[in-house]
Design a binder for this molecule. Structure first.
Ligand code: KIV
Ligand code: ZN
Length: 401
């Protein structure tokens, strides 16, 4: 059994499709290199047919970013695939990623094609891509709103045509965890029944998942799909992407690591996560800086408050033993440590800890006075209390003497 989870990052393609985001080539290369250093297996560098600029940035990434497979997106037609191949050819390990929608709603209003025509286009695209590149991913766009039997037929036929990774996107963030689990299980069972069990086990054929966050379920759906047997997971750094974004890769990575016990129990093996987690914060900050998309403070893992404690009970707990209120060591993901934030809920332990870390060695009597004054002054303050304010209280008391 190949227990490796393949991480596929589309920050530079789906992520760049976030409203208002436009990255220049230098920024894309910097992000691409940082993502490769994080240990991500596949980096989708862009959609080369869309413009000469996109072509150039994908080609430059293919030349300069080492250590990861470099993928380029192409619609299911010969021209797109040729251009994608031309752009990624110089990569150490290139991948052509071709897609076509399979839902009736897309077929009727967007493609204006029948199911038979779409099936034919999908097969042709995959076999043409395979004639150029040994690594071909096929995506059934809007898979979660597609007819299941038709989707299973498309999946089986593109596998026969040579696709090595089959992606089942939740393009509009519509599915929910149990439903997505059932869909992925159904598709895997169908492939097994058609002779692909061993390829799936060895990891020569992978089912991939790609979730959007319209209902806030992208990460939950991705994890549910992994429990159903998916072995590639797609997403972006900080969860950026079209509309409400894509699944946040850092959340998936840290869930798989933090709850490895649960995944092992359910799957019968521990999913292998080869990620250099200490690079998560640097890469998150780089993406935020280059895209101009701020990370919300309470965002899991990478938000400024993710390891910050404000209330007295929590601060006391964390100062005695970190694991009382933290399930991850923040240093493991590149933070300098937990943050004790002073506010109106903070208690004595936190004030004393903060003052000590600022170099103040106060007597018990003085500390009592500081705490009393602090409590009376900050009880109506709703925002954070900074170090200078706290030191000001100490200085006022010392000068009163
Ligand atoms: O969301 C989606 O369906 C996509 C595909 C192109 C993979 O981004
Ligand atoms: Zn997408």
């Amino acid at each position: 059994m190949n227990s490796k989870i393949v991480f596929f990052d589309t920050t530079l393609r789906d992520g760049e499709q976030s409203p208002g985001v436009s990255l220049n080539i230098k920024q894309k290369i910097e992000i691409g290199k940082a993502i490769a250093e994080l240990g991500i297996d596949v980096i989708e560098a862009g959609f080369p047919i869309t413009s000469p600029g996109d072509f150039e940035s994908v080609q430059t990434i293919a030349r300069e970013v080492k250590g990861a497979t470099i993928a380029a997106l192409a619609r299911a037609n010969q021209k797109d695939i040729e251009v994608a191949w031309e752009a990624i050819k110089p990569a150490e390990r290139p991948r052509i990623h071709t897609f076509i929608a399979t839902s009736d709603i897309h077929l009727k209003y967007k493609l204006k094609k029948s199911r038979e025509e779409v099936l034919e286009l999908a097969k042709q695209a995959v076999s043409f891509a395979r004639s150029l590149c040994p690594d071909v991913e096929f995506s059934a766009e809007d898979a979660t709103r597609s007819n299941r039997d038709f989707l299973a037929q498309v999946v089986l036929e593109v596998v026969k045509a040579g696709a090595t990774t089959i992606n089942i996107p939740d393009t509009v963030g519509y599915t929910i965890p149990q439903e997505y689990y059932d869909l992925i299980k159904f598709l895997i069972e169908n492939l097994k029944a058609n002779g692909y069990e061993s390829a799936l086990k060895k990891g020569d054929l992978r089912i991939s998942v790609h979730c959007h966050n319209d209902l806030g379920l992208a990460v939950a759906n991705s994890l549910s799909a992994i429990l159903a047997g998916a072995t590639q997971v797609e997403g972006t750094i900080n969860g950026i992407g079209e509309r409400a974004g894509n699944a946040a890769l850092e959340e998936i990575i840290m869930t798989l690591k933090t709850r490895a016990d649960f995944f092992k129990e359910k799957l019968g093996y521990e999913p292998l996560v080869n990620i250099n987690t200490k690079k998560i914060i640097p890469v998150s900050q780089l993406v935020s800086q280059h895209t101009g998309m701020l990370v919300q403070p309470n965002k899991a893992i990478v938000g400024a408050n993710a390891f910050a404690h404000e209330s007295g009970i929590h601060q006391h707990g964390v100062l005695c033993e970190r694991s009382t209120y933290e399930i991850i060591d923040p240093k493991e993901i590149g933070w300098t440590g937990s943050a004790i934030v002073l506010g109106k809920h903070s208690g004595r332990h936190a004030i004393s800890f903060k003052l000590e870390s600022l170099g103040w060695k106060l007597s018990k009597e003085m500390l009592d006075k500081v705490f009393e004054k602090y409590r009376s002054e900050v009880k109506d303050i709703l925002r954070k209390v900074d170090d200078a304010y706290l030191e000001g209280i100490v200085l006022d008391l010392l000068l009163e003497r």
